[in-house]
Design a protein around this ligand. Structure first.
Ligand code: GDP
Length: 366
């Protein structure tokens, strides 16, 4: 019988095994730099975008979304160079509460629009949840299964960093890049949970509100001021034994719309029923969108709305940059904490604390 090693006088209890040379995490046979991403110059980005190269477009959008100052500077250069080639599209905002059927519908809407009108479609998003929870409501997974594999579509999830204003600005800048890349139809999807809809409305030509029947949303929409923004209200899931309920809801929405004054566009918002899942009623929705565009182009409102939006975004950018300059100032950052404590402990009023901080900030600027 073999002696147990522990009974040997030479046994020391522990034994050090010969080591194994660890495998590198890099493949040594791979030629250096073969797959390394080369940084493009601004002109190279622009050239790629104008050629409709989706990989370059994707990289440029990443640049727009980056918070790195060097990236931001480059992004602004690219956007500026793309600006003369932008604007040639129909921008449609699509909003609805989670579960309203946005992904299902956008998949169908997109296929319909590409089939009937040709061209190229970009689907962008504004996800408001990124601000507070850092999570996303719309989700990052590809939710539009058919559209995502269509050669003429470009789908991009919501930018995730920063305030809602920041997220929305990035989406707006992405619209410019997409248009320069030849995307003549832009969908901007947003979750119907509040301010993100206003942001979305401020960058689209037509704002489409997806509603469900029997959820009491008819009143909610009025309360939140969303219905006033809608150029069209569409009631989804009008299928099976839900049809009657949807028709009833459509009447209620129509009645509610009469409570509002005539929109500036001179267009009476329409209410339509459809089923995103079964693909019924989709054509009528897009006939409506295109009828609106023809109407608004004829009476000059299309141009007017875009000009107003450009003005709005100029002020938004000023506000954002002022805010960032203030909050990212190192001296202010330190003072803020102290002032915050004073306010919390009732030593100072909020107004006085704010004034002192701003005075200090303006002194620092001198
Ligand atoms: P989102 O959260 O707004 O993007 O909604 P989804 O597109 O993910 O849809 C939410 C749920 O509603 C899914 O289970 C869909 O299958 C379902 N749904 C979407 N459209 C329809 C429809 O037209 N009819 C029916 N019956 N169900 C639908």
């Amino acid at each position: 019988m073999m002696e147990h090693p522990e009974n040997s006088s030479e046994y020391a209890g522990l034994q050090v095994n010969a080591g194994v040379i660890p495998m590198g995490t890099r493949n040594p046979y791979l030629r250096r730099g073969r797959f390394a991403q080369r940084h493009l110059t601004a002109s190279e980005y622009v050239e790629g975008i104008l050629k409709g190269n989706t990989s370059v477009l994707g990289q440029a959008v990443t640049l727009v979304e980056s918070t790195h100052p060097a990236h931001q500077q480059m992004a602004q250069e690219v956007i500026e160079k793309c600006l003369p080639y932008s604007g040639n599209s129909i921008r449609v905002g699509i909003s609805g509460v989670p579960g309203a059927g946005k992904s299902t519908s956008i998949d169908e809407f997109g296929l319909h629009v590409l089939r009937e009108y040709g061209g190229k479609l970009a689907v962008l998003a504004i996800d408001p949840s990124s601000e507070r929870t850092k999570g996303s409501i719309l989700g990052d997974k590809t939710r539009m299964e058919k559209l995502s594999v269509h050669p003429d579509s470009f789908i991009r999830p919501s930018p995730s960093a920063g305030s809602l204003g920041g997220v929305a600005r990035k989406t707006r800048e992405t619209i410019i890049l997409c248009e320069a890349a030849g995307y003549d139809k832009i969908f901007v999807e947003t979750v119907g949970v509040g301010q993100s809809e206003t942001a979305c409305h401020s960058m689209v030509d037509f704002f489409l509100l997806i509603q469900l029947a029997g959820t009491g949303d008819e009143l909610q929409g009025i309360k939140r001021g969303i219905m006033e923004m809608a150029d069209g209200i569409v009631i989804n899931k009008c299928d099976g034994n839900n049809v009657d309920k949807c028709r009833l809801a459509a009447t209620q929405f129509c009645n509610a719309l009469h409570l509002f004054p005539m929109p500036e566009s001179g267009w009476t918002p329409q209410v339509l029923c459809y089923s995103g899942f079964y693909g019924t009623g989709i054509k009528e929705i897009w006939d409506m969108v295109y009828a609106y565009v023809a109407h608004a182009k004829a009476n000059g409102y299309f141009e007017h709305r875009r000009n107003e939006q450009a003005k709005f975004w100029m002020y938004e950018s000023i506000n954002e940059q002022l805010r960032n300059s203030f909050y990212q100032n190192p001296t202010i950052e330190t003072l803020l904490q102290a002032q915050e404590q004073d306010v919390l402990q009732g030593k100072k009023t909020s107004f006085v604390a704010a004034k002192q901080l701003l005075d200090q900030y303006f002194r620092l600027l001198k």
